[in-house]
Design a protein around this ligand. Structure first.
Ligand SMILES: N[C@@H](CCC(=O)N[C@@H](CS)C(=O)NCC(=O)O)C(=O)O
Length: 214
């Protein structure tokens, strides 16, 4: 049985979870506390998830895990990629993660179920963003650039089943990104984006974060 070590908030872990969902391959999901440095270091020499454990061997790096599982059965990620999707993800990342991190820090994720686990995340991430309280006190206009990005994405979506019509690694990256975005309350999803994120969520069996969005 495959064992996948993840944090529930982590977009890279979503990518690794997606490939199991796409292949309907069972796996044990292990959520580590965010301040547990010893477990991942013992497995891959650094404190970084996701990690796949298979027959006593460990593999880090989300896209290596995706490629490894994809090779196991009939290929599913057979479609070509679109540089416009990569570009859209890159351009929207900094504004997304600035709003994502303070919201994730307050969320009921298993990796933050101890005070020390949550404090570890806040301490490390605030070093890059500044105080979370300041970001959370920004008014709704702070979300305007994200809504503009969503409008820009809509015409790039060719099908609700796969962004470029046929499943590809673009879907792995894009769904992980939209999954993170779903923790931000008040975003306006054009119908093409809404249909896409809901369809992918059902297909890979990974719920969006809408119900805990703030
Ligand atoms: N390139 C890696 C990046 C993984 C990554 O950045 N994971 C983050 C969580 S989102 C992590 O474990 N960071 C260390 C920490 O949270 O302390 C991959 O694609 O797997």
């Amino acid at each position: 049985m495959y064992k996948l070590y993840v944090y529930d908030h982590c977009p890279f872990c979503i990518k690794a979870r997606m490939i199991f969902g796409l292949h309907t391959l069972p796996f044990d999901m292990v959520m580590l506390q965010n301040d547990d440095e010893a477990t991942p270091k013992a497995m891959i020499g650094r404190k970084m998830l996701p990690i796949l454990e298979e027959n006593g061997q460990y593999m880090g790096e989300s896209m290596d895990i995706v490629a490894h599982i994809e090779k196991r059965g009939a290929a599913l990620l057979t479609g070509s990629t679109n540089p416009q999707i990569t570009d859209w993800i890159q351009r929207s990342s900094s504004v997304l993660y600035r709003q994502f991190l303070p919201r994730a820090a307050c969320a009921p994720f298993p990796e933050f179920s101890t005070t020390a686990g949550r404090a570890y995340f806040v301490r490390n991430k605030e070093r890059a963003t500044g105080p979370f309280s300041e970001i959370l006190s920004e008014n709704a206009t702070a979300l305007a650039p994200l809504n503009a990005f969503l409008q820009e994405l809509a015409p790039l979506i060719q099908s609700k089943e796969a962004v470029n019509g046929t499943l590809s690694t673009d879907d792995i990256h894009l769904f992980a990104h939209l999954h993170s975005l779903s923790i931000i309350k008040g975003l306006v999803y054009p119908s093409a984006v809404e249909d896409y994120r809901k369809t992918l969520s059902a297909r890979v069996d990974i719920p969006l974060l809408d119900s805990i969005a703030v």
